[in-house]
Design a binder for this molecule. Structure first.
Ligand code: NI
Ligand code: MN
Length: 230
């Protein structure tokens, strides 16, 4: 039975007894994170796109753990240049790993990374959402994205057990669009993320979860550090 733990923002740990993955690690400079990058034990690091609030701690965690970074090609090459072992994929492509399967799907957003002074360094191509299957259960982490109609297709084409959706607004979907997204995807459990990290993306996660539950799915607003077994 896999365990999914919210570490704050878009960062999640997905684990079972045998394998441990971290998605979009943003911890050291994340004002709400309780876990430090040095404390993370992971065999794989999965990245949705190149924005700093998704990859900030990817290289330190990957190199310290000897973990493989799984990302779209352009971002994988960037992580390789930082000394990481990488596996590159791209939108629509799935691959089987020792723990299970990873498939990248579209997201409507950007994917550039920045230098230490915040200047734009490179455009990382298309951002992604990702479907991760571990222990026979599939999690869809939508990445940073606006609402798009093909979320319905993603829901139809995959058996999704848990959907993780951004609700922060401003940079991604807000709660209203994320609620509509949840209905398009049709996963039985929906977890909000990418909110309350900064003042600009403050939202009421519990209210979002209640709205999801009223639509017949289970909305679950985890606290930072809280886990779901599913
Ligand atoms: Ni982003
Ligand atoms: Mn983001």
């Amino acid at each position: 039975m896999p365990t999914l733990t919210w570490l704050g923002h878009a960062t999640f740990m997905l684990e079972n007894g045998a394998h441990s993955l971290i998605i979009d690690p943003f911890l050291a400079d994340n004002p709400v994170a309780q876990v430090k990058p040095d404390d993370v034990k992971a065999g794989f690091v999965v990245l949705t796109h190149g924005h700093d609030d998704h990859i900030a701690d990817a290289a330190p965690i990957a190199t310290a753990n000897g973990a493989t970074v799984i990302a779209t090609l352009e971002l994988a090459l960037h992580m390789q240049s930082l000394g990481c072992t990488v596996h590159s994929q791209h939108i629509g492509g799935a691959h089987d790993f020792p723990f299970g399967r990873v498939k990248f799907v579209q997201a409507v957003h950007g994917s550039a990374w920045t230098g230490p002074n915040g200047t734009l360094v490179a455009d990382g191509g298309m951002p992604a959402g990702v479907l991760i299957t571990l222990g026979g259960k599939t999690v869809y982490h939508a990445g940073d994205t606006g609402l798009f109609g093909d979320m319905k297709l993603i829901g139809e084409r995959h058996s999704i057990d848990v959907a993780i959706l951004p609700i922060g607004d401003n940079f991604t979907m807000g709660p209203d669009d994320a609620l509509y997204a949840a209905e398009l995807i049709g996963a039985p459990i929906v977890i909000p993320c990418h909110y309350n990290t900064f003042e600009l993306i403050e939202q009421d996660g519990k209210a979002f979860a209640s709205a999801v539950s009223e639509k017949g799915m289970k909305g679950l607003a985890l606290d930072v550090g809280e886990s779901l077994e599913f």
